[in-house]
Design a protein around this ligand. Structure first.
Ligand code: GLU
Length: 286
């Protein structure tokens, strides 16, 4: 079966060898079976995105010898689509406004409970808030984030699917397949529409993977837990289920993550030092 894959970087820094691994795996999976490789610019973080990083993504991927289909999808041009998906969840009664600040959440949260990203699990401050309380904040000009009522979402899932467990298929590098159980509840009442922008990472990813017909999501192991929440959103929004491959993440030998902001192992710097695209492939697949 031919697959549609994508590389979906956020243009808030220069690409490093970890991104090269993600991009090359997505590219090679598609090329191996006559599929399609797509590039998506995930720039909903309007404060951090920079046009020069978008240009650098194209240049660095070109240098790696990768080719992708045009046009490239740029998420910031599609906010209305993410809002339309959020509207469906609102109509299902599954989103609620939350005006709590980071500090208010940290103060009210149970310190022993964190989500898979390590953030305090949202303690439900605005869940079930009165129309009056919401109206007062709106009248004051405050913009809320919209959170998923996780309990309600799991209930809706049950009504749609009965007791069929929420799962996804994970394909390892050697091609072996495993069915994994998704546990979205560990994200709690996650943010689906952010305060600052009319979207969130999880919402825009599922909308775009479906819109672009992505059949095989390849990305780093660091996004494995995100799959749980994304599978839930796909089911709630009646979107198709892709298969997944979460590949190893390249780190420093002491376990530290590579960082875009420190320009760790940046592709541009390596190229300037005389490395070739073949050198990069050799290093990441060593
Ligand atoms: N934009 C995300 C990142 O740069 C990747 C999203 C994904 O592959 O699902 O980490």
């Amino acid at each position: 079966m031919s697959s549609v894959t994508r590389f979906a970087p956020s243009p808030n820094g220069l690409l490093h060898v970890g991104h090269a691994l993600s991009a090359i795996i997505a590219h090679d999976v598609a090329r191996k079976n006559g599929g399609r490789f797509l590039l998506r610019i995930e720039d909903i973080d309007l404060d951090r995105r920079r046009p020069e990083f978008v240009t650098a993504i194209f240049e660095d991927l070109n240098w790696l010898g990768l080719t992708w289909e045009e046009p490239v999808l740029v998420q910031s041009e599609h906010f209305s689509d993410y809002l339309a998906a959020a509207d469906r969840l609102i109509a299902m009664g599954l989103l609620y406004p939350c005006f709590a600040s980071r500090k208010e959440i940290a103060d009210a949260a149970d310190p022993t409970k964190t989500d898979p990203d390590g953030s305090p699990l949202y303690p439900g401050i605005w869940r079930g808030a009165s129309a009056e309380a919401i109206g007062t904040r709106m009248a004051a000009g405050d913009t809320p984030a919209l959170r998923l009522n996780m309990e309600g979402a799991l209930q809706t899932l049950k009504e749609k699917r009965g007791d069929k467990p929420l799962t996804f298929v994970e394909i390892a590098e050697d091609g072996s397949q495993q069915t994994m159980t998704a546990e979205p509840a560990r994200w709690g009442d996650a943010i689906i529409v952010r305060k600052e922008v009319p979207a969130s990472y999880h919402l825009s990813v599922v909308v775009d993977d479906a819109r672009q017909g992505v059949t095989h999501v390849t990305r780093g192991q660091d996004l494995l837990a995100a799959t749980d929440l994304q599978r839930l959103l796909q089911e709630l929004l009646d979107l198709p289920e892709p298969v997944y491959s979460h590949h190893r993440v390249i780190r420093w030998s002491d376990g530290r993550k590579l960082s875009k902001s420190n320009r760790d192992m940046g592709l541009r710097a390596l190229r300037d030092e005389g490395a070739t695209a073949d050198d990069i492939r050799r290093v990441i697949f060593a």
